[in-house]
Write a protein that binds this ligand. Structure first.
Ligand code: GLC
Length: 557
């Protein structure tokens, strides 16, 4: 397809900053450790705000910062109204909001509404109160004498149900189970219960009052379960094929009732203003995803089709066209996402053939990626991506070109998937290793305490301070890219496909800029060029045209 769609981001409400913003994901555990306990913290983030400002970041999305036993790196929330003491205090958090705002940076936090921690008071009260009590009705308790109430499997391996009796030791709990789509330490809330709705409304007001600009909604497509909890087609072992089973057709994903919840939340946010945003994590198809960003629901949704496209031109083209078409119908902008804390780092994914599935994680005994090629491609992809209209997410360390740590010692792994699959699926730790800030400092300047996941020695070459002084570094490329993006206003532009003469060369006109990504294995000549605005490899205009080598991305005028 050479002449694709021409779609425009709705222009009516450009004052809504999130439509075009560069949003940088901070994983608090792994970002910057100010008190040297091996875990990142709030003060560590404050210390790095100037770095983020210089990078061109307009908003920060923080993965969960709440008190948590950390059974799933904070996605098991024990108190929705506080800060994990390992990360700091509520006062320090307020300081973070103020310091970010003082630099013109917005702050988005992670709301985890599908489940809480099993240590949360609501779940503990439910256990104590006994069967059929209003307290138990906050969660998904079911009675079943012969095995689990249905065949659902946990995302992290094993059944999605656990028995109650071993937790309470009470006779009356024999035959009772509770649902957890994720780890047993993450019991699912019962969204049929109005009290759950009220609880989350008060949660939103609490953080909005403190000045929070938006919320990333964890597992947004999972809150409502099909009536009667029917069996699914996959069964209790979602990793049976070595790969996570499809998430689309299911009695617990994307049930129509979820949309009522988001309409309710939108109304709460509207009490504070239309600029307060919600972004959905929902791994569906572009068409189904678009329903989450209707005018009266959420603002944005992660374009995971783009993330999953890997280094495949047809898939990248679809990942641009399909969401633009689907979201265009409801007037929502598109987001561009190359990676996050749940997937193998982009630099590494692009260093494999595009067909290679990496969702099991990568270990020392797996085929290793071509690191140099992966980095070249990740830079090319970043250049191309930043020129697309809409909002762009950057996962911490992406701007340093960090690769996945593929040789983590197995004994250091903390992802619940590793444990729950009986050490079959390594999971996501390899992308969560703490950031290298200074090549020569202990633990590369993350903090002096041993980091919660060990950093590989070769990461010195990726440290931010080394890249700072190197004009050709990935960091300086990202800075130029994001700052040029802001200057030229390309994020408010449009996509018009041009023909580059090769299906594997993507060429897009956005305003007076042409974006090119050469995904083929030979150079391509682009004519009528007067200027190379930004590029991932060295390019020269000669006689009004430019030869763009394989695995290179550029903005041309
Ligand atoms: C989301 C998070 C992931 C977490 C899961 C359960 O997918 O991104 O990290 O494990 O939800 O909360």
């Amino acid at each position: 397809m050479s002449e694709g769609v021409r779609a425009e981001v709705q222009r009516s409400d450009w004052d809504q900053w999130w439509r075009t913003a560069v949003i940088y994901q901070v994983y608090p555990r792994s970002f910057s450790d100010s008190n040297n306990d091996g875990l990142g913290d709030v003060k560590g983030i404050i210390k790095r705000l100037d770095y983020l400002k210089k990078l061109g970041v307009e908003a920060i999305w923080m993965s969960p910062h709440y008190p948590s036993p950390q059974a799933d790196a904070g996605y098991d929330v024990a108190d929705y109204f506080n800060v994990n003491p390992e990360y700091g205090t509520l006062e320090e958090f307020d300081e973070l909001i103020a310091e970010a705002h003082a630099r013109g940076i917005k702050l988005i936090i992670d709301v985890v509404p599908n489940h809480s921690s099993d240590q949360m008071d609501l779940f503990q009260e439910a256990l104590a109160a006994g069967p059929n009590s209003p307290e138990r009705d906050m969660y998904m308790f079911r009675y079943s004498e012969n095995g689990t109430p249905n065949n659902w499997g946990s995302m992290f391996g094993g059944p999605a149900w656990s028995e109650v009796e071993p937790l309470t030791g009470k006779e009356e709990d024999r035959g009772w189970w509770y649902l957890h789509l994720f780890a047993p330490e993450q019991p699912d809330f019962n969204w049929e219960n109005p009290a759950v709705h009220e609880f989350f409304k008060s949660y939103f007001r609490f953080w909005l009052d403190r000045g929070i600009d938006g919320f990333r909604v964890d597992v947004a497509h999972g809150l409502v379960k099909a009536e009667g909890l029917p069996d699914d087609d996959i069964g209790p072992d979602r990793w049976a094929g070595g790969q996570q089973a499809d998430q689309v057709e299911s009695p617990f994903w994307d049930q129509p009732g979820v949309h009522e919840i988001y309409r309710e939340w939108r109304k709460v946010l509207d009490e504070y203003g239309r600029d307060r945003m919600l972004v959905a994590e929902a791994w569906l198809t572009p068409e189904r995803e678009a329903r989450y960003v209707r005018e009266d629901e959420m603002s944005q949704l992660f374009n995971f089709t783009y993330l999953k496209a890997n280094w495949n031109a047809d898939r990248v083209r679809d990942a641009i066209n399909l969401p633009i078409e689907a979201n265009g119908v409801v007037g929502a902008p598109v987001t561009w996402v190359m990676s996050n804390h749940d997937v193998v780092r982009a630099t590494t994914r692009y260093g494999y053939e595009p067909e290679v599935a990496t969702d099991r994680g990568i270990g020392f005994d797996d085929p290793q990626p071509d690191r140099e090629l992966g980095l070249r491609r990740a830079k090319a992809m970043a250049v191309f991506t930043a020129g697309l209209p809409g909002s762009m997410y950057v996962w911490q360390g992406e701007e340093l070109g960090l690769p996945e740590v593929t040789d983590l010692p197995d004994e250091s792994r903390q992802d619940p998937t590793w444990l729950r699959t009986g050490n079959k699926i390594r999971g996501r730790d390899g992308c969560r290793v703490p950031i290298p800030w200074e090549a020569k400092a202990p633990n590369f300047g993350f903090g002096t305490g041993a980091p919660w996941l060990p950093q590989p020695e070769y990461w010195a070459e990726f440290a931010a301070d080394v890249q700072e002084d190197d004009p050709s570094s990935t960091l300086n490329l990202y800075r130029k890219l994001l700052n040029t993006r802001a200057e030229l206003g390309t994020a408010s532009g449009s996509v018009e496909w041009l023909d580059a003469g090769d299906e594997r060369v993507l060429l897009i006109k956005n305003g007076d800029v042409r974006l090119v990504l050469n995904m083929s294995n030979k150079p391509v000549e682009i004519a009528e060029v007067s200027e190379v605005v930004v590029s991932s490899c060295a390019l020269e205009v000669q006689g009004g045209s430019v030869e763009v080598p394989a695995n290179c991305g550029a903005w041309l005028k």
